[in-house]
Design a protein around this ligand. Structure first.
Ligand SMILES: Nc1ncnc2c1ncn2[C@@H]1O[C@H](COP(=O)(O)OP(=O)(O)O)[C@@H](O)[C@H]1O
Ligand SMILES: [Mg+2]
Length: 256
């Protein structure tokens, strides 16, 4: 028997586990800004990973996901998706259906008149026949328990309902990985619980951004953070619930 290397122990993966997303030395600033939102950032998401990400507002989490999708173009560095280097817009177009991004704002994702149209849009784009796209979409709506909204007008749904429809639309493409940008924001407890149940029963690699400790605790195997444009992995940080005693415990207060 060979002794596992530190890398193998740290990543908890067999050495030959394939990477789904690999970012190497990525640097990105928005046009006209000096601020390097991503600064020599490295990230390796392996098949089967369920990674959570918790970091302050403005630290670059959304920018990171948009960079993976080819929506933000880095100044330097390499992006590999499913083992293929992303070099041209064509490369990104080809893999975009394999990488399912759930946008921070569902209104950025949903633009069709009805729920069924929205969910079927991706499969139709992949070349499914109308009937195949409808069948796949119905199956996905049923899996998520929202089949009763099939004919609803998407933009009239509640925030939580829209989030689930957007998730159905992403999953209908059978992506190899899900990138979820603050999926619990604005959700009530019941929908949050449903989302936890869904994620725990999906056999898919995912990377999920959230500010909610309990949510990440329920859906992620490890939690990363971001600071100064770089990823901090679970070896480098310790995320914990903040518990403390107050003399006048029921008064609202601010942590500094
Ligand atoms: N379209 C944009 N143009 C210019 N600056 C932006 C744009 N989007 C985000 N930023 C800036 O980039 C930084 C990171 O933003 P973002 O990736 O949205 O952070 P997070 O998702 O962690 O809250 C912030 O300082 C934000 O103001
Ligand atoms: Mg964000």
């Amino acid at each position: 028997m060979t002794t596992p290397t530190k890398t193998q122990l740290g990543s908890k993966h067999p050495a030959d586990t394939p990477s789904i997303i690999k970012l190497t030395n990525i640097t990105f600033a928005y046009p006209g800004s000096e601020n390097k939102v991503l600064d020599c950032l490295n990230l390796d998401i392996k098949s089967g990973d369920r990674i959570g990400m918790m970091a302050p507002n403005g630290s670059g989490k959304t920018t990171l996901l948009h960079t993976i999708m080819g929506l933000c173009k880095p100044e330097t560095g390499g992006i590999e998706v499913l083992g293929t280097p992303m070099e041209t817009e064509k490369d990104f177009t080809r893999i975009r259906s394999r990488v399912g991004l759930l946008f921070q704002d569902s209104d950025d994702q949903l633009f069709c008149p009805t729920v069924l149209d929205d969910v079927a849009f991706g499969p139709l784009n992949l070349g499914y026949s109308r009937q195949q796209a409808i069948d796949t979409s119905r199956k996905m709506l049923k899996n998520l328990g929202i089949e009763e909204f099939e004919q609803s007008v998407t933009h009239r749904l509640s925030g939580g309902q829209k989030r689930l429809v957007a998730l159905a639309a992403v999953l209908a493409m059978s992506p190899a990985i899900l990138l979820l940008d603050e999926p619990t924001a604005g959700l009530d407890v019941a929908v949050k619980k449903k989302l936890i149940h869904i994620l725990n029963h999906l056999e898919i690699t995912y990377f999920v951004i959230s500010h909610e400790f309990d949510f990440l605790n329920a859906v992620a195997d490890k939690v990363y953070s971001m600071d100064n444009g770089k990823i901090l992995t679970d070896d480098e940080i310790h995320i914990h619930r903040h518990e403390h005693i107050h003399k006048h415990g029921k008064h609202p207060h601010v942590h500094k």
